[in-house]
Ligand binder design. Structure first.
Ligand code: HAS
Ligand code: CU
Length: 558
């Protein structure tokens, strides 16, 4: 039986004010990281243009220290801080029940403590290992331990959601899990499974090695463990943005989420396929068989599919909105979208940018073409159109209703916020154009290009560098606008002017109450299936490779 249904409980449950405050502060921690991260981002972009501003950064000893700060703050801290605040809030709203306060606090305290430890190591130049933390580059133990605490904070957030779901299921035996809660829980469950690789690497090897209990380490094994987590982590960043595109944004544009079952299938596919694909980051690594790499290449094309399905579905949600607002004809619904709403503008532009992020991802994943672009400036071109916009710009767009909602203050500077979304998009597209063409002409990534003696001998590097610098500057100015808007909202936004409720969308095709679809809600069984796939994808490598080849001492070059 199918019928129109709401994604959320229509009573409009409100999370207790004390928990709201903690969730808001969890997100502010992410903003603090974002502010530090974008400052270093400007230095990176200008470096490609031949401009060196590194000397103006206090505490900065080397290019690699700045690049580590940029990646760790933006990719690792900002993303999880936002999700730790966002997902439990949505789950509570969808299930109409509070989270356990101890867990909300626990997650916040772990995140903060982790941040302080990691920031200490990076700021004091004891952890210039870049966010991939590749051994044998060695960091101070506080760096690894801080990141372990950040991961623990995500586990606590996940546990709070699982407990809420369990309680809800006890009270609603046989009922379908509300979609919004389902996609939040599945997203963080996927992440918990994915993080096993980095947990084993950091706790089992890198921390003991950094404090001297272990003299040597195995670089290949630690890279492999990193990428076990490291590919899936990109979907852990992305899925909270997808949750907004699927379940919230349609409401903001007066549209509807198209299909409840399709949405569940998409998130389950991410649970199944996000992890057994990590070798696509290691196509050029020795010591892993070609057959295993080929298997991960095929599975990567598999995990491309749910994003493709998402593209059609979320655009259909927008189209319904545009038509409800009077749009007609093939594309006439697009101008009818609420382009004056900064939250919508940022998110729709983030989607648009992600089309190019997706296309470049496919090129990366192609085993042979990867040889052309691996370790070149192309890669940051790709990931600024994914994590740097699909995720970061969506999180900014969400902030334009979320921060007013959490603080009950009216958004300050709406027009400025609309401008911010556009400026960021133009900036990221120009910068990515620069980085991508630079990569194709052979400009390496992770290199202080401003000081590279061969800079002028690479054809086209000058123009692509200028584009990268201009785009990066626009992104930075736009990020400053974002902080001004959010800061002013929190400080002087009109009290009592925040939205009353989160914008949860209705679905066109609701959940079935019988038949095969019920099996979608058996999350535990999907986890088992995901583990089986992981064993198939990583088992043969581990069986033939182990025990660890502990050969390398630690190095600190910068
Ligand atoms: Fe990636 C490297 C392959 C997605 C992030 N990726 C990276 C790195 C990062 C990253 C950070 O196979 C660098 C790691 C490092 O430091 O070394 N990536 C893929 C593939 C996808 C993909 C196949 N990546 C992401 C996402 C990321 C991310 C998402 C962050 C959030 N990536 C790779 C590979 C490498 C790699 C290799 C290694 C390269 C190397 O050699 O080092 C796919 O999941 C992409 C699927 C996406 C789509 C797009 C769907 C579009 C949608 C929007 C619809 C909206 C519309 C607009 C149409 C299929 C959903 C409507 C607009 C209106 C106006 C109406
Ligand atoms: Cu990947």
């Amino acid at each position: 039986m199918k019928g129109a249904s709401v994604v959320h409980d229509p009573t409009g449950y409100q999370i207790p004010p004390s928990q709201r405050r903690v969730l808001a502060w969890t997100i502010y921690v992410g903003y603090a990281a974002l502010a530090a991260g974008v400052a270093h981002g400007l230095a990176q972009a200008l470096s490609y243009a031949g401009i060196n501003i590194l000397q103006y950064f206090p505490f900065l000893k080397s290019y690699y220290q700045g690049l580590t700060a940029h990646g760790v703050a933006n990719a690792l801290i900002m993303t999880f801080a936002f999700s730790n605040g966002f997902l439990p809030l949505l789950t509570a709203r969808a299930l109409s029940r509070p989270m356990k306060s101890g867990l909300v606090w626990g997650s916040f305290v772990l995140l903060l403590a982790g941040n302080v430890l990691t920031a200490y190591a990076v700021v004091t130049n004891q952890a210039s290992v870049l966010y991939t933390s590749y051994a044998p580059l060695q960091a101070h133990w506080t760096y690894y331990t801080g990141l372990v605490l950040v991961v623990l904070s995500t586990y606590v957030a996940a546990v709070s959601m699982w407990i809420a779901l369990k309680g809800w299921r006890r009270e609603h035996p046989g009922a379908r899990i509300p979609l919004l809660a389902f996609i939040c829980v599945v997203s963080y469950t996927m992440w918990c499974l994915a993080s096993v690789g980095i947990a084993v690497s950091f706790i089992g090897f890198l921390i003991p090695w950094s404090v001297g209990w272990l003299e040597f380490v195995d670089p290949l094994l630690n890279r492999t463990l990193f990428w076990f987590t490291g590919h899936a982590i990109v979907y852990a960043w992305l899925l909270p943005a997808y949750i907004s595109w699927y379940a919230l944004l349609p409401r903001q544009v007066e549209g509807k989420l198209v299909s409840d079952p399709l949405t569940r299938v998409v998130f389950i596919m991410f649970l199944l396929l996000s992890i057994p694909t990590g070798f696509h980051h290691q196509y050029t690594d020795p010591g892993i068989s070609t057959g295993m790499k080929a298997m991960h290449a095929v599975l990567t094309f598999g995990v491309f599919y749910p994003s493709l399905a998402t593209a059609f579905t979320v655009v259909a949600g927008l189209e319904i909105g545009g038509r409800n607002r009077g749009g007609t004809g093939l594309l006439g619904w697009i101008p009818k979208l609420p382009w004056g709403d900064p939250s919508v503008v940022a998110q729709v532009l983030a989607m648009f940018t992600f089309v190019f992020g997706g296309i470049t991802g496919l090129i990366n994943a192609s085993y042979s073409i990867n040889q052309v672009i691996h370790n070149t400036a192309w890669i940051p071109g790709h990931f600024h159109m994914t994590v740097g916009s699909a995720v970061a710009l969506t999180f900014m767009g969400v902030a334009y209703w979320l921060i007013p909602y959490l603080t009950d203050r009216e958004l300050w500077g709406r027009k400025l916020a609309v401008l911010q979304g556009w400026m960021y998009t133009v900036g990221v597209l120009v910068m990515a154009r620069g980085l991508i063409s630079a990569g194709l002409s052979g400009v390496p990534r992770r290199t202080f290009f401003a000081e590279a003696v061969y800079r002028d001998s690479i054809e086209g590097a000058r123009l692509s560098g200028v584009l990268t610098g201009i785009g990066g500057t626009l992104m930075t100015v736009s990020a400053v606008l974002f902080f001004v808007v959010i800061g002013m909202t929190v400080l002087v936004g009109r009290k009592g002017g925040g939205p009353r409720d989160i914008p949860a969308a209705e679905t066109l095709t609701g959940p079935a109450t019988g038949g095969w679809e019920l099996k979608l809600d058996r999350i535990g069984w999907w986890v088992v299936a995901a583990v089986v796939l992981i064993l198939i994808a990583y088992g043969p490598f581990l069986l033939t490779y182990l025990p660890p080849n502990l050969v390398s001492p630690g190095y600190r070059f910068f």
